[in-house]
Design a protein around this ligand. Structure first.
Ligand code: NAP
Length: 548
Protein backbone atom coordinates (compact mmCIF):
# COMPACT_ATOMS: atom_id res chain seq x y z
CA UNK A 1 0.00 0.00 0.00
CA UNK A 2 1.35 3.42 -0.82
CA UNK A 3 0.64 6.55 1.15
CA UNK A 4 -2.37 8.76 0.64
CA UNK A 5 -1.57 10.26 -2.74
CA UNK A 6 -4.73 10.63 -4.78
CA UNK A 7 -3.05 12.17 -7.80
CA UNK A 8 -3.68 9.97 -10.85
CA UNK A 9 -0.63 8.26 -12.25
CA UNK A 10 -0.70 7.27 -15.90
CA UNK A 11 2.25 5.77 -17.70
CA UNK A 12 3.22 6.04 -21.36
CA UNK A 13 2.24 3.54 -24.05
CA UNK A 14 5.71 1.97 -24.24
CA UNK A 15 5.10 -1.06 -22.06
CA UNK A 16 8.83 -1.87 -21.93
CA UNK A 17 9.50 1.39 -20.10
CA UNK A 18 9.66 1.22 -16.31
CA UNK A 19 6.30 2.02 -14.81
CA UNK A 20 5.29 3.48 -11.51
CA UNK A 21 2.51 1.12 -10.54
CA UNK A 22 -0.45 2.50 -8.69
CA UNK A 23 -2.65 0.57 -6.33
CA UNK A 24 -5.93 0.48 -8.21
CA UNK A 25 -7.54 1.29 -11.51
CA UNK A 26 -11.29 1.93 -11.39
CA UNK A 27 -13.28 1.92 -14.63
CA UNK A 28 -16.42 4.07 -14.70
CA UNK A 29 -17.75 7.24 -13.08
CA UNK A 30 -21.30 6.23 -12.27
CA UNK A 31 -22.73 5.54 -8.81
CA UNK A 32 -20.32 2.63 -8.23
CA UNK A 33 -17.15 4.23 -9.63
CA UNK A 34 -17.54 7.44 -7.64
CA UNK A 35 -18.04 5.61 -4.36
CA UNK A 36 -15.28 3.05 -5.08
CA UNK A 37 -12.72 5.76 -5.77
CA UNK A 38 -13.73 7.49 -2.53
CA UNK A 39 -13.46 4.23 -0.59
CA UNK A 40 -10.03 3.31 -1.98
CA UNK A 41 -8.70 6.76 -1.24
CA UNK A 42 -10.00 6.50 2.31
CA UNK A 43 -7.86 3.35 2.59
CA UNK A 44 -4.84 5.41 1.58
CA UNK A 45 -4.46 3.77 -1.83
CA UNK A 46 -3.47 5.50 -5.05
CA UNK A 47 -6.23 5.38 -7.63
CA UNK A 48 -6.49 6.10 -11.32
CA UNK A 49 -10.02 6.09 -12.67
CA UNK A 50 -11.15 6.23 -16.29
CA UNK A 51 -14.48 7.31 -17.74
CA UNK A 52 -15.55 7.40 -21.40
CA UNK A 53 -17.93 10.33 -20.91
CA UNK A 54 -16.74 13.87 -20.36
CA UNK A 55 -18.26 13.97 -16.90
CA UNK A 56 -19.50 11.77 -14.09
CA UNK A 57 -22.87 10.01 -14.27
CA UNK A 58 -22.33 6.66 -15.98
CA UNK A 59 -25.55 5.48 -17.58
CA UNK A 60 -27.23 8.69 -16.42
CA UNK A 61 -24.69 10.67 -18.43
CA UNK A 62 -25.65 9.06 -21.75
CA UNK A 63 -29.36 8.27 -21.31
CA UNK A 64 -30.47 11.88 -21.66
CA UNK A 65 -33.44 11.30 -23.97
CA UNK A 66 -36.58 13.35 -23.27
CA UNK A 67 -38.53 11.82 -20.39
CA UNK A 68 -35.61 9.82 -18.94
CA UNK A 69 -36.45 9.20 -15.32
CA UNK A 70 -35.50 6.59 -12.73
CA UNK A 71 -37.94 3.84 -11.73
CA UNK A 72 -36.88 3.98 -8.07
CA UNK A 73 -38.09 6.89 -5.96
CA UNK A 74 -35.53 9.64 -5.58
CA UNK A 75 -34.97 9.67 -1.84
CA UNK A 76 -34.21 5.93 -2.01
CA UNK A 77 -32.06 6.24 -5.14
CA UNK A 78 -29.21 7.90 -3.28
CA UNK A 79 -26.15 7.02 -1.25
CA UNK A 80 -26.77 6.39 2.42
CA UNK A 81 -23.17 5.96 3.63
CA UNK A 82 -22.60 9.64 4.36
CA UNK A 83 -24.83 11.65 6.71
CA UNK A 84 -23.47 14.85 5.13
CA UNK A 85 -24.53 13.83 1.62
CA UNK A 86 -28.00 12.93 2.90
CA UNK A 87 -28.38 16.19 4.78
CA UNK A 88 -27.07 18.47 2.06
CA UNK A 89 -29.06 17.17 -0.92
CA UNK A 90 -32.77 17.81 -1.53
CA UNK A 91 -34.59 15.94 -4.27
CA UNK A 92 -37.35 17.91 -5.93
CA UNK A 93 -39.54 15.15 -7.43
CA UNK A 94 -40.73 11.76 -6.25
CA UNK A 95 -39.25 10.07 -9.33
CA UNK A 96 -35.99 11.78 -10.26
CA UNK A 97 -35.41 12.94 -13.82
CA UNK A 98 -32.12 12.23 -15.59
CA UNK A 99 -30.92 15.87 -15.29
CA UNK A 100 -31.57 15.82 -11.54
CA UNK A 101 -29.72 12.52 -11.03
CA UNK A 102 -26.82 13.93 -13.02
CA UNK A 103 -26.78 17.05 -10.83
CA UNK A 104 -26.81 14.80 -7.76
CA UNK A 105 -23.84 12.74 -8.96
CA UNK A 106 -21.91 15.91 -9.80
CA UNK A 107 -22.68 17.22 -6.32
CA UNK A 108 -21.42 13.97 -4.77
CA UNK A 109 -18.28 13.92 -6.93
CA UNK A 110 -17.46 17.46 -5.83
CA UNK A 111 -18.31 16.86 -2.21
CA UNK A 112 -16.09 13.74 -2.07
CA UNK A 113 -13.42 15.45 -4.18
CA UNK A 114 -13.00 12.38 -6.41
CA UNK A 115 -12.88 14.27 -9.70
CA UNK A 116 -9.06 14.63 -9.79
CA UNK A 117 -8.75 10.83 -9.81
CA UNK A 118 -10.73 10.54 -13.03
CA UNK A 119 -9.44 10.85 -16.54
CA UNK A 120 -12.58 11.67 -18.56
CA UNK A 121 -13.22 11.13 -22.27
CA UNK A 122 -11.01 8.09 -21.93
CA UNK A 123 -12.27 4.64 -22.76
CA UNK A 124 -10.53 1.52 -21.45
CA UNK A 125 -10.00 -0.78 -24.40
CA UNK A 126 -8.12 -3.61 -22.73
CA UNK A 127 -6.74 -4.89 -19.47
CA UNK A 128 -4.36 -7.77 -19.17
CA UNK A 129 -2.83 -9.40 -16.14
CA UNK A 130 0.96 -9.49 -16.06
CA UNK A 131 1.53 -12.74 -14.22
CA UNK A 132 5.19 -12.15 -13.42
CA UNK A 133 4.65 -8.70 -11.94
CA UNK A 134 1.25 -9.52 -10.44
CA UNK A 135 -0.16 -6.35 -11.96
CA UNK A 136 -2.82 -5.28 -14.40
CA UNK A 137 -1.85 -3.39 -17.55
CA UNK A 138 -4.78 -1.21 -18.47
CA UNK A 139 -4.78 0.33 -21.95
CA UNK A 140 -7.03 3.25 -22.89
CA UNK A 141 -8.12 4.48 -26.31
CA UNK A 142 -5.22 6.93 -26.58
CA UNK A 143 -2.81 3.99 -26.25
CA UNK A 144 -1.70 5.02 -22.78
CA UNK A 145 -1.03 2.07 -20.42
CA UNK A 146 -1.38 2.13 -16.65
CA UNK A 147 -0.02 -0.53 -14.32
CA UNK A 148 -1.92 -1.28 -11.16
CA UNK A 149 -2.20 -3.94 -8.52
CA UNK A 150 -6.00 -4.04 -8.48
CA UNK A 151 -8.55 -3.64 -11.25
CA UNK A 152 -12.06 -2.64 -10.21
CA UNK A 153 -14.74 -2.56 -12.89
CA UNK A 154 -17.50 -0.08 -12.08
CA UNK A 155 -18.91 -0.17 -15.60
CA UNK A 156 -22.60 -0.52 -14.72
CA UNK A 157 -25.09 -3.04 -16.04
CA UNK A 158 -26.85 -0.91 -18.63
CA UNK A 159 -24.10 1.01 -20.35
CA UNK A 160 -23.53 -0.81 -23.62
CA UNK A 161 -26.35 0.11 -25.97
CA UNK A 162 -27.81 -2.46 -28.36
CA UNK A 163 -28.68 -1.61 -31.96
CA UNK A 164 -30.22 -4.56 -33.77
CA UNK A 165 -28.84 -5.40 -37.17
CA UNK A 166 -31.89 -4.05 -39.04
CA UNK A 167 -31.76 -4.69 -42.78
CA UNK A 168 -31.29 -1.46 -44.70
CA UNK A 169 -30.54 0.69 -41.64
CA UNK A 170 -27.32 2.06 -43.16
CA UNK A 171 -29.12 3.11 -46.32
CA UNK A 172 -31.79 5.06 -44.44
CA UNK A 173 -31.36 8.77 -45.17
CA UNK A 174 -33.25 10.16 -42.18
CA UNK A 175 -32.00 10.91 -38.67
CA UNK A 176 -31.31 8.00 -36.29
CA UNK A 177 -30.99 8.31 -32.52
CA UNK A 178 -30.50 5.73 -29.77
CA UNK A 179 -32.04 6.53 -26.39
CA UNK A 180 -28.86 5.32 -24.64
CA UNK A 181 -26.61 7.68 -26.60
CA UNK A 182 -28.70 10.81 -26.93
CA UNK A 183 -27.18 14.02 -28.33
CA UNK A 184 -26.22 16.32 -25.46
CA UNK A 185 -27.85 19.32 -27.15
CA UNK A 186 -31.21 17.53 -27.48
CA UNK A 187 -33.23 16.91 -30.64
CA UNK A 188 -36.04 18.97 -32.13
CA UNK A 189 -38.72 16.74 -33.69
CA UNK A 190 -41.09 19.62 -34.54
CA UNK A 191 -42.79 19.13 -37.89
CA UNK A 192 -41.22 15.70 -38.35
CA UNK A 193 -42.61 12.22 -38.93
CA UNK A 194 -40.91 10.12 -36.31
CA UNK A 195 -40.72 6.37 -35.67
CA UNK A 196 -39.82 4.82 -32.31
CA UNK A 197 -38.71 1.18 -32.21
CA UNK A 198 -38.98 -0.43 -28.78
CA UNK A 199 -41.43 -0.29 -25.90
CA UNK A 200 -39.27 -1.14 -22.88
CA UNK A 201 -38.57 1.40 -20.11
CA UNK A 202 -36.81 3.82 -22.46
CA UNK A 203 -39.52 3.55 -25.14
CA UNK A 204 -42.46 4.12 -22.81
CA UNK A 205 -40.75 7.21 -21.41
CA UNK A 206 -39.67 8.79 -24.67
CA UNK A 207 -42.84 8.04 -26.68
CA UNK A 208 -45.20 10.54 -24.96
CA UNK A 209 -42.69 13.38 -25.27
CA UNK A 210 -41.84 12.69 -28.90
CA UNK A 211 -45.58 12.53 -29.64
CA UNK A 212 -46.06 15.99 -28.12
CA UNK A 213 -43.48 17.49 -30.46
CA UNK A 214 -43.56 15.50 -33.69
CA UNK A 215 -45.98 16.03 -36.55
CA UNK A 216 -46.68 12.30 -36.51
CA UNK A 217 -45.39 9.37 -34.46
CA UNK A 218 -45.34 5.70 -35.42
CA UNK A 219 -44.47 3.27 -32.64
CA UNK A 220 -43.04 -0.08 -33.73
CA UNK A 221 -43.78 -2.54 -30.95
CA UNK A 222 -42.49 -6.11 -30.84
CA UNK A 223 -43.58 -7.02 -27.30
CA UNK A 224 -45.93 -4.87 -25.20
CA UNK A 225 -44.77 -3.82 -21.73
CA UNK A 226 -46.53 -4.04 -18.39
CA UNK A 227 -46.49 -0.38 -17.46
CA UNK A 228 -47.38 1.41 -14.24
CA UNK A 229 -48.35 5.08 -14.17
CA UNK A 230 -45.63 6.61 -12.01
CA UNK A 231 -47.81 9.38 -10.54
CA UNK A 232 -44.82 11.66 -10.36
CA UNK A 233 -45.13 14.81 -8.23
CA UNK A 234 -43.06 17.38 -6.39
CA UNK A 235 -41.73 16.39 -2.96
CA UNK A 236 -42.65 18.63 -0.04
CA UNK A 237 -40.14 20.03 2.45
CA UNK A 238 -41.87 18.03 5.15
CA UNK A 239 -41.46 14.73 3.25
CA UNK A 240 -37.76 15.42 2.79
CA UNK A 241 -37.35 16.32 6.46
CA UNK A 242 -39.21 13.21 7.60
CA UNK A 243 -37.07 11.02 5.36
CA UNK A 244 -33.82 12.52 6.64
CA UNK A 245 -34.94 12.27 10.27
CA UNK A 246 -35.89 8.63 9.75
CA UNK A 247 -32.81 7.69 7.73
CA UNK A 248 -31.52 5.06 10.16
CA UNK A 249 -34.85 3.25 10.10
CA UNK A 250 -34.92 3.51 6.30
CA UNK A 251 -31.42 2.03 6.07
CA UNK A 252 -32.30 -0.85 8.38
CA UNK A 253 -35.49 -1.64 6.45
CA UNK A 254 -33.86 -1.51 3.06
CA UNK A 255 -30.95 -3.67 4.25
CA UNK A 256 -33.43 -6.27 5.47
CA UNK A 257 -35.32 -6.38 2.18
CA UNK A 258 -34.55 -8.58 -0.85
CA UNK A 259 -34.54 -5.66 -3.28
CA UNK A 260 -33.24 -2.84 -1.11
CA UNK A 261 -36.74 -1.39 -1.31
CA UNK A 262 -39.00 -2.07 1.63
CA UNK A 263 -42.54 -3.25 0.93
CA UNK A 264 -45.22 -4.95 3.00
CA UNK A 265 -45.56 -8.37 1.37
CA UNK A 266 -48.68 -10.20 2.51
CA UNK A 267 -48.38 -13.63 4.11
CA UNK A 268 -50.99 -15.41 1.96
CA UNK A 269 -50.79 -16.74 -1.59
CA UNK A 270 -52.50 -14.55 -4.19
CA UNK A 271 -54.76 -17.55 -4.79
CA UNK A 272 -55.96 -17.58 -1.16
CA UNK A 273 -57.92 -14.35 -1.74
CA UNK A 274 -61.13 -13.97 -3.71
CA UNK A 275 -60.99 -11.98 -6.96
CA UNK A 276 -62.77 -9.12 -5.17
CA UNK A 277 -60.28 -9.11 -2.31
CA UNK A 278 -57.34 -9.18 -4.72
CA UNK A 279 -58.83 -6.39 -6.80
CA UNK A 280 -59.08 -4.13 -3.74
CA UNK A 281 -55.50 -4.94 -2.72
CA UNK A 282 -54.06 -4.41 -6.22
CA UNK A 283 -56.02 -1.17 -6.59
CA UNK A 284 -54.60 0.18 -3.32
CA UNK A 285 -51.08 -0.73 -4.41
CA UNK A 286 -51.56 0.66 -7.92
CA UNK A 287 -52.22 4.00 -6.29
CA UNK A 288 -48.93 3.83 -4.41
CA UNK A 289 -47.21 4.14 -7.84
CA UNK A 290 -44.30 1.90 -6.92
CA UNK A 291 -43.65 -1.28 -8.91
CA UNK A 292 -42.24 -3.21 -5.96
CA UNK A 293 -45.49 -2.77 -4.01
CA UNK A 294 -47.30 -4.64 -6.79
CA UNK A 295 -44.89 -7.38 -7.84
CA UNK A 296 -44.00 -8.23 -4.23
CA UNK A 297 -47.57 -7.87 -2.98
CA UNK A 298 -48.02 -11.63 -2.50
CA UNK A 299 -45.05 -13.95 -1.92
CA UNK A 300 -45.92 -16.26 -4.82
CA UNK A 301 -46.59 -13.73 -7.58
CA UNK A 302 -43.21 -14.36 -9.10
CA UNK A 303 -43.00 -18.08 -8.46
CA UNK A 304 -46.39 -19.31 -9.62
CA UNK A 305 -47.74 -18.55 -13.10
CA UNK A 306 -51.39 -18.81 -12.00
CA UNK A 307 -50.82 -16.31 -9.19
CA UNK A 308 -48.90 -14.09 -11.59
CA UNK A 309 -51.78 -14.11 -14.05
CA UNK A 310 -54.02 -12.43 -11.46
CA UNK A 311 -51.82 -9.36 -11.36
CA UNK A 312 -51.01 -9.49 -15.08
CA UNK A 313 -54.74 -9.30 -15.82
CA UNK A 314 -55.08 -6.40 -13.36
CA UNK A 315 -52.44 -4.47 -15.34
CA UNK A 316 -54.25 -5.28 -18.61
CA UNK A 317 -57.51 -3.97 -17.14
CA UNK A 318 -55.72 -0.67 -16.49
CA UNK A 319 -54.82 -0.45 -20.19
CA UNK A 320 -58.46 -1.00 -21.14
CA UNK A 321 -59.47 1.83 -18.77
CA UNK A 322 -57.36 4.27 -20.80
CA UNK A 323 -57.64 2.94 -24.36
CA UNK A 324 -61.20 3.00 -25.64
CA UNK A 325 -60.50 1.08 -28.89
CA UNK A 326 -60.63 -2.61 -27.79
CA UNK A 327 -58.44 -3.78 -30.67
CA UNK A 328 -55.74 -1.23 -29.83
CA UNK A 329 -55.99 -2.05 -26.11
CA UNK A 330 -55.46 -5.71 -26.92
CA UNK A 331 -52.42 -4.99 -29.10
CA UNK A 332 -50.91 -3.05 -26.19
CA UNK A 333 -51.65 -5.84 -23.70
CA UNK A 334 -48.82 -8.24 -22.82
CA UNK A 335 -49.90 -11.88 -23.09
CA UNK A 336 -46.73 -13.82 -23.86
CA UNK A 337 -44.75 -13.60 -20.60
CA UNK A 338 -45.40 -13.28 -16.87
CA UNK A 339 -45.53 -9.85 -15.26
CA UNK A 340 -42.04 -9.04 -13.96
CA UNK A 341 -40.17 -11.42 -16.29
CA UNK A 342 -39.44 -8.30 -18.31
CA UNK A 343 -38.91 -5.26 -16.15
CA UNK A 344 -42.11 -3.39 -15.29
CA UNK A 345 -41.92 0.06 -16.88
CA UNK A 346 -42.94 3.30 -15.17
CA UNK A 347 -44.59 5.91 -17.32
CA UNK A 348 -46.27 9.26 -17.55
CA UNK A 349 -49.16 9.36 -20.04
CA UNK A 350 -47.88 6.37 -22.01
CA UNK A 351 -51.22 4.75 -22.88
CA UNK A 352 -52.95 8.14 -23.19
CA UNK A 353 -50.51 8.90 -26.03
CA UNK A 354 -52.10 6.19 -28.20
CA UNK A 355 -55.45 8.00 -28.03
CA UNK A 356 -53.93 10.85 -30.08
CA UNK A 357 -54.88 11.06 -33.77
CA UNK A 358 -51.26 11.67 -34.74
CA UNK A 359 -49.90 8.47 -33.14
CA UNK A 360 -50.03 5.01 -34.73
CA UNK A 361 -49.02 1.63 -33.35
CA UNK A 362 -47.46 -0.98 -35.62
CA UNK A 363 -47.44 -4.39 -34.00
CA UNK A 364 -44.34 -6.11 -35.35
CA UNK A 365 -45.60 -9.58 -34.45
CA UNK A 366 -48.41 -9.13 -36.97
CA UNK A 367 -46.54 -6.83 -39.37
CA UNK A 368 -42.87 -7.83 -39.13
CA UNK A 369 -40.21 -5.21 -39.73
CA UNK A 370 -38.86 -6.16 -43.15
CA UNK A 371 -36.36 -3.45 -43.88
CA UNK A 372 -35.42 0.18 -43.52
CA UNK A 373 -35.86 1.93 -46.84
CA UNK A 374 -34.18 5.15 -47.92
CA UNK A 375 -37.06 7.16 -46.49
CA UNK A 376 -38.56 5.04 -43.74
CA UNK A 377 -39.40 1.56 -42.47
CA UNK A 378 -41.22 -1.19 -44.30
CA UNK A 379 -43.23 -3.47 -42.03
CA UNK A 380 -45.88 -5.97 -43.05
CA UNK A 381 -45.59 -4.78 -46.64
CA UNK A 382 -46.37 -1.15 -45.70
CA UNK A 383 -43.79 1.61 -46.13
CA UNK A 384 -43.88 4.12 -43.26
CA UNK A 385 -42.20 7.34 -44.36
CA UNK A 386 -40.15 8.77 -41.51
CA UNK A 387 -37.89 11.80 -41.10
CA UNK A 388 -36.33 10.43 -37.93
CA UNK A 389 -36.14 7.11 -36.08
CA UNK A 390 -35.55 6.65 -32.37
CA UNK A 391 -34.07 3.30 -31.40
CA UNK A 392 -35.26 2.48 -27.88
CA UNK A 393 -33.86 -1.01 -28.35
CA UNK A 394 -32.02 -1.35 -25.08
CA UNK A 395 -28.70 -2.75 -23.96
CA UNK A 396 -26.29 -5.62 -24.10
CA UNK A 397 -26.79 -5.77 -20.36
CA UNK A 398 -24.59 -6.78 -17.42
CA UNK A 399 -21.87 -8.71 -19.28
CA UNK A 400 -21.88 -6.37 -22.33
CA UNK A 401 -19.90 -3.54 -20.70
CA UNK A 402 -17.30 -5.99 -19.35
CA UNK A 403 -16.88 -7.94 -22.56
CA UNK A 404 -16.66 -4.80 -24.68
CA UNK A 405 -13.19 -4.41 -23.16
CA UNK A 406 -10.55 -7.01 -23.99
CA UNK A 407 -9.91 -8.36 -20.49
CA UNK A 408 -7.25 -11.07 -20.22
CA UNK A 409 -6.28 -12.98 -17.12
CA UNK A 410 -3.58 -15.52 -16.33
CA UNK A 411 -1.73 -16.74 -19.44
CA UNK A 412 -3.65 -14.32 -21.65
CA UNK A 413 -6.97 -16.09 -20.99
CA UNK A 414 -9.73 -13.92 -22.48
CA UNK A 415 -12.81 -13.16 -20.41
CA UNK A 416 -14.86 -13.45 -23.62
CA UNK A 417 -13.68 -17.04 -24.04
CA UNK A 418 -14.14 -17.92 -20.40
CA UNK A 419 -17.71 -16.65 -20.55
CA UNK A 420 -18.57 -18.01 -23.99
CA UNK A 421 -21.37 -20.14 -22.46
CA UNK A 422 -22.36 -17.47 -19.93
CA UNK A 423 -20.62 -15.72 -17.05
CA UNK A 424 -19.12 -17.68 -14.16
CA UNK A 425 -18.20 -15.71 -11.06
CA UNK A 426 -17.73 -16.10 -7.34
CA UNK A 427 -20.29 -13.92 -5.53
CA UNK A 428 -20.64 -11.91 -8.74
CA UNK A 429 -17.50 -10.10 -7.61
CA UNK A 430 -14.51 -12.08 -8.80
CA UNK A 431 -13.52 -14.55 -11.51
CA UNK A 432 -10.98 -17.37 -11.20
CA UNK A 433 -8.00 -16.96 -13.56
CA UNK A 434 -8.45 -13.17 -13.28
CA UNK A 435 -6.53 -12.29 -10.10
CA UNK A 436 -6.88 -8.99 -8.28
CA UNK A 437 -9.95 -8.06 -10.33
CA UNK A 438 -13.18 -7.01 -8.63
CA UNK A 439 -16.46 -6.38 -10.42
CA UNK A 440 -19.08 -4.06 -8.94
CA UNK A 441 -22.64 -5.19 -9.76
CA UNK A 442 -21.14 -7.97 -11.86
CA UNK A 443 -23.02 -10.99 -13.23
CA UNK A 444 -24.02 -13.38 -10.46
CA UNK A 445 -24.67 -10.56 -7.98
CA UNK A 446 -28.13 -9.14 -7.21
CA UNK A 447 -27.35 -6.04 -9.34
CA UNK A 448 -30.41 -5.01 -11.41
CA UNK A 449 -32.96 -6.93 -9.34
CA UNK A 450 -32.50 -4.39 -6.58
CA UNK A 451 -32.53 -0.68 -6.00
CA UNK A 452 -29.09 -0.72 -7.57
CA UNK A 453 -27.68 2.03 -5.34
CA UNK A 454 -28.18 -0.28 -2.32
CA UNK A 455 -26.45 -3.11 -4.18
CA UNK A 456 -23.61 -0.76 -5.11
CA UNK A 457 -23.08 0.40 -1.53
CA UNK A 458 -22.89 -3.21 -0.35
CA UNK A 459 -20.46 -4.14 -3.13
CA UNK A 460 -18.17 -1.15 -2.71
CA UNK A 461 -18.02 -1.54 1.06
CA UNK A 462 -17.40 -5.30 0.93
CA UNK A 463 -14.75 -4.93 -1.79
CA UNK A 464 -13.12 -2.03 0.05
CA UNK A 465 -12.96 -4.07 3.26
CA UNK A 466 -11.50 -7.02 1.37
CA UNK A 467 -8.81 -4.90 -0.27
CA UNK A 468 -7.98 -3.36 3.12
CA UNK A 469 -7.60 -6.86 4.55
CA UNK A 470 -5.38 -7.94 1.65
CA UNK A 471 -3.16 -4.91 2.20
CA UNK A 472 -3.05 -5.56 5.93
CA UNK A 473 -1.92 -9.13 5.28
CA UNK A 474 0.63 -7.93 2.73
CA UNK A 475 -1.03 -10.15 0.10
CA UNK A 476 0.14 -9.74 -3.46
CA UNK A 477 -2.53 -11.71 -5.23
CA UNK A 478 -6.07 -12.96 -4.80
CA UNK A 479 -8.46 -14.96 -6.92
CA UNK A 480 -11.45 -17.19 -6.24
CA UNK A 481 -11.06 -20.95 -6.33
CA UNK A 482 -12.42 -22.40 -9.56
CA UNK A 483 -14.79 -24.81 -7.84
CA UNK A 484 -16.22 -21.98 -5.70
CA UNK A 485 -17.02 -20.01 -8.87
CA UNK A 486 -18.66 -23.04 -10.41
CA UNK A 487 -20.71 -23.72 -7.30
CA UNK A 488 -21.81 -20.11 -6.94
CA UNK A 489 -22.82 -19.91 -10.60
CA UNK A 490 -24.65 -23.25 -10.54
CA UNK A 491 -26.48 -22.46 -7.31
CA UNK A 492 -27.51 -19.05 -8.64
CA UNK A 493 -28.82 -20.66 -11.84
CA UNK A 494 -30.82 -23.19 -9.83
CA UNK A 495 -32.40 -20.41 -7.76
CA UNK A 496 -33.30 -18.51 -10.92
CA UNK A 497 -34.95 -21.57 -12.46
CA UNK A 498 -37.46 -21.59 -9.61
CA UNK A 499 -38.70 -18.11 -10.61
CA UNK A 500 -40.60 -16.91 -13.64
CA UNK A 501 -37.60 -15.03 -15.12
CA UNK A 502 -36.79 -17.82 -17.61
CA UNK A 503 -40.24 -17.31 -19.14
CA UNK A 504 -39.40 -13.83 -20.48
CA UNK A 505 -37.19 -13.01 -23.47
CA UNK A 506 -35.56 -10.08 -21.73
CA UNK A 507 -32.21 -8.43 -21.18
CA UNK A 508 -32.21 -10.11 -17.75
CA UNK A 509 -31.52 -13.37 -19.59
CA UNK A 510 -29.53 -12.06 -22.54
CA UNK A 511 -32.36 -13.11 -24.89
CA UNK A 512 -32.55 -9.58 -26.34
CA UNK A 513 -29.10 -9.86 -27.95
CA UNK A 514 -28.90 -12.32 -30.84
CA UNK A 515 -26.32 -15.04 -30.13
CA UNK A 516 -25.82 -14.13 -26.46
CA UNK A 517 -25.86 -17.13 -24.09
CA UNK A 518 -29.23 -17.35 -22.38
CA UNK A 519 -28.48 -17.13 -18.67
CA UNK A 520 -30.11 -15.22 -15.84
CA UNK A 521 -27.24 -12.91 -15.05
CA UNK A 522 -28.41 -11.78 -11.62
CA UNK A 523 -28.49 -13.49 -8.24
CA UNK A 524 -32.22 -13.86 -7.55
CA UNK A 525 -31.90 -14.90 -3.88
CA UNK A 526 -32.28 -11.32 -2.65
CA UNK A 527 -29.87 -8.60 -1.57
CA UNK A 528 -30.52 -9.36 2.10
CA UNK A 529 -29.51 -13.03 1.72
CA UNK A 530 -26.61 -12.07 -0.54
CA UNK A 531 -25.32 -9.56 2.01
CA UNK A 532 -25.41 -12.26 4.70
CA UNK A 533 -23.47 -14.68 2.50
CA UNK A 534 -20.82 -12.08 1.66
CA UNK A 535 -20.46 -11.18 5.35
CA UNK A 536 -20.08 -14.85 6.27
CA UNK A 537 -17.42 -15.30 3.57
CA UNK A 538 -15.52 -12.34 5.03
CA UNK A 539 -15.93 -13.54 8.63
CA UNK A 540 -14.59 -16.91 7.55
CA UNK A 541 -11.31 -15.33 6.39
CA UNK A 542 -12.61 -14.72 2.85
CA UNK A 543 -13.53 -18.34 2.32
CA UNK A 544 -13.34 -19.44 -1.30
CA UNK A 545 -10.49 -17.12 -2.27
CA UNK A 546 -6.88 -18.15 -2.77
CA UNK A 547 -4.77 -15.41 -1.22
CA UNK A 548 -1.05 -15.35 -1.97
P1 NAP B 1 -35.43 -2.96 -23.18
O1 NAP B 1 -36.23 -3.06 -21.95
O2 NAP B 1 -34.56 -4.08 -23.52
O3 NAP B 1 -36.43 -2.65 -24.36
C1 NAP B 1 -35.99 -2.70 -25.68
C2 NAP B 1 -37.18 -2.66 -26.59
O4 NAP B 1 -36.71 -2.72 -27.93
C3 NAP B 1 -38.13 -3.82 -26.39
O5 NAP B 1 -39.43 -3.39 -26.56
C4 NAP B 1 -37.69 -4.78 -27.49
O6 NAP B 1 -38.68 -5.67 -27.89
C5 NAP B 1 -37.36 -3.81 -28.58
N1 NAP B 1 -36.47 -4.42 -29.56
C6 NAP B 1 -35.22 -4.88 -29.34
N2 NAP B 1 -34.73 -5.41 -30.47
C7 NAP B 1 -35.68 -5.29 -31.41
C8 NAP B 1 -35.77 -5.68 -32.76
N3 NAP B 1 -34.77 -6.31 -33.39
N4 NAP B 1 -36.91 -5.39 -33.43
C9 NAP B 1 -37.93 -4.77 -32.80
N5 NAP B 1 -37.91 -4.40 -31.51
C10 NAP B 1 -36.79 -4.66 -30.82
O7 NAP B 1 -34.48 -1.66 -23.15
P2 NAP B 1 -34.77 -0.25 -22.44
O8 NAP B 1 -36.15 0.19 -22.67
O9 NAP B 1 -33.68 0.66 -22.84
O10 NAP B 1 -34.65 -0.58 -20.92
C11 NAP B 1 -33.62 -1.41 -20.43
C12 NAP B 1 -33.53 -1.26 -18.94
O11 NAP B 1 -32.90 -0.03 -18.64
C13 NAP B 1 -34.86 -1.17 -18.24
O12 NAP B 1 -35.48 -2.41 -18.08
C14 NAP B 1 -34.47 -0.51 -16.96
O13 NAP B 1 -33.91 -1.38 -16.05
C15 NAP B 1 -33.40 0.47 -17.44
N6 NAP B 1 -34.07 1.75 -17.68
C16 NAP B 1 -34.67 2.29 -16.62
C17 NAP B 1 -35.37 3.43 -16.78
C18 NAP B 1 -36.04 3.93 -15.57
O14 NAP B 1 -35.46 3.87 -14.51
N7 NAP B 1 -37.26 4.35 -15.62
C19 NAP B 1 -35.46 4.06 -18.00
C20 NAP B 1 -34.82 3.48 -19.07
C21 NAP B 1 -34.13 2.31 -18.90
P3 NAP B 1 -38.79 -7.13 -27.21
O15 NAP B 1 -39.34 -6.88 -25.85
O16 NAP B 1 -39.65 -7.90 -28.09
O17 NAP B 1 -37.38 -7.66 -27.13
Amino acid sequence: MTSNAPEPTAVPADTSAPKTAIDAVVIGAGFSGIYMVHKLRELGLTVQAFEAGDGVGGTWFWNRYPGARCDVISIEYAYTFSPDLIEEWDWTERYPSQPEILRYLNFVADRLEVRPCFQFQTRVVSASFDDAAGQWLVTVDSGEVTRSKYLVTAVGCLSTSMTPDFPGLHGYAGEVYHTADWPSGGVDFSGKRVGVIGTGSSGVQVIPLVAEQAEHLTVFQRTPAFSLACGNRALSDQELRDFKDGIEEHKARSKASPTGQYTDTLAESALDHTPQERQAIYEDRWNRHRAIDLIACYPDLFANREANETIAEFFRSKIREVISDPDLAERLSPRTYPLGAKRITLDTNYYQTYNRDDVDLVSLREQPLETFTENGIQAGGVNHELDAVVLATGFDAITGPLLSMDIRGIGGRRLTDKWSDGPTTYLGIAVDEFPNMFMLTGPGSPNVLTNVVCAIEQHVEWTGDFIAELERRGASRVEPLAHESRNWTDDAAELAEATLYPEGDSWYTGANVPGKPRVIMSYVGGLDAYRRICDEVAADGYRGFAIA
